[in-house]
Write a protein that binds this ligand. Sequence first.
Ligand code: ADP
Length: 465
Amino acid sequence: MKRLVGVSNRTAAGGPKAGGLAVALWDALVQRKGLWFGWSGEVAGTARRGVELFEEEGVEFAVTDLTEAEHEGYYLGYANRALWPVLHYRVDLANFDEEQYDCYRDVNRRFAKLLYPRLREDDLVWIHDYHFFPMAQDLRDLGWTGRTGFFLHVPFPPPEIFKSVPDHRALAKGVCANDVIGFQTVSDRDNFAKYSVAELGAKQLDDEALSLDGRRIAIRAYPIGIDAVEFQKLSHSEEAKAAIERIEPFLGDSRALILGVDRMDYSKGIPNRFQAVGRLLDNAPELHGKIAYTQIAPPSRTKVEEYAELREQLDSLAGRINGDYGDLDWIPIRYLARSYNRDQLAGLYRIARVGLVTPLHDGMNLVAKEYVAAQDPEDPGVLVLSQFAGAAEQLKDGALLVNPHDTAGTADAIHEALTMPLAERKRRHEALAEVVFGQDIAWWREAFLADLDPSGNGSGSVVSL
Ligand code: ADP
C-alpha cells in the first residue's frame, strides 16, 4: 500500500481526534502509516522555522511554527478575511490586501519546500482546504511528480463570486496542479468546472473531468461524513445522560427542546435563526412557556473584526427576544456562548425535538449529520436544514429544507417540526439515517483515496451519488 501524506493547516497531533477532517485523516494515516504535515499551532519568532518531527501511534508528524507576521498575514488575514468570506458567498465582508496575499503565497512556498525533501517517489499526497490552494503547484515547481489530490471542505461559489478575488486565476491554477480535486457537493464541483472553463481555458471532458495544459484532472463530489456509529454510542454515554439531566428542568411544559449548535461564525446564520424563533413566538402564542430553544455557539476567530461584531449582534438579539417574550418562569432563548464536549452535545442532540441547522452557506455542516446519528429511531426528532448547507444535497428527502433568509418560512418549518406526527418523523428519520450511516467518514475517505490511487488496493470503492 502506498504511503499517504496528509497536508492540512492544523494537524491532530497531541489533541483529541474530533471533527471531520481530523478523524478522517487520522484513520487513513494510521492505516497507511502515513505522514501528516502542517502548522504546529504555535506562533513563534523567526528562529523556529524548521520542521519538528515526532510520531504518535505510528503516524509521523512534521509540523512547523508560523511567525507572528505569517499568522497575521496568511492565517488571520488572507485565509480567514479574504478567502473564507468569498468562498461563503460574502464578498461584502472580504478584505483583499496585497501584502496578505503575498504572505499567503510565501507560506505555501515555504511549506512546500519543507515538505518536498520528505516525500518518497511513490507517496500519495492529499492536501486539504483553502489554506493551501497553491500548494500542489508549489510542490510541482520543486520537481514533485507523484499523485496529488486536494479536498475543499468549504463551498466553491459561482464564478461571478470567485472572480472577485484579485488573484483568483493564480489560486485556481494552483489547485489544477492536483490530479484529483474533491468538493463537498455536485454544485460546488460544477461551479469550479464552469469557472475553470471560462477563466483558465480548461476543457470539460465530462461531469467529472477537466483537461488543462494537456493534463487530465478528476473533479468529483465526495460529501464528507461522520463516524455515525461512534456518535450514536456517544449519545448514550454517561456524560450525555448527565447533560440531559441538567437541561431537563428547563425544557418547559412540552419538554420540546429546539437545538442549534454552531461555531460562532457569520456563515452559520445564527441571527436569522434568532429572528425566525422570534417570529414563531409571534405567530404561535400557544407555544409560549412550552418550548425551549437552546443555541450553543462558542466564539471563534475572535481576533477578526467581523466575528466580534457578530458576537455583539447575537448578544443584543437574544436579549431583545428574551425581553419581549420571556416571563417570570420562562426564557425563550438559552444562548450559551461556550463549547461543550462531544458526549454532552450527543446527549443534547438525542433529546432535541428539533435540530435547527440553518447556515447561510456551509461546505457540508457536520452538526446536521451528528443530530441524525444521535436520534432514537423509535421517537426521532426533526431536522430543519438550510437549503444552502452542503448536507442538503444528501439529506433533502428526510429534512425540512428552509431558506434561512426567509424568516416566516423558517418559523413555519419549526412549527411543522414541533407538531409532526410520529409516523412521518420515523419515515423522515429512516431516510436521513440511511445516508448518515451509509455514507459515513470511512466511505468518504475510501472514495477519495480510491480515485487518488487508482492502482492501489484500497479497501473501498467509489459509491455513486
Ligand atoms: P464548521 O467546520 O464550519 O465549524 P461543521 O458543522 O461542519 O462546521 O463542524 C463543526 C464541528 O464542531 C462538529 O463536529 C460539531 O459537533 C463541533 N461543534 C460545533 N459547535 C460546537 C460547540 N458549540 N461546542 C462543541 N463542539 C461544537
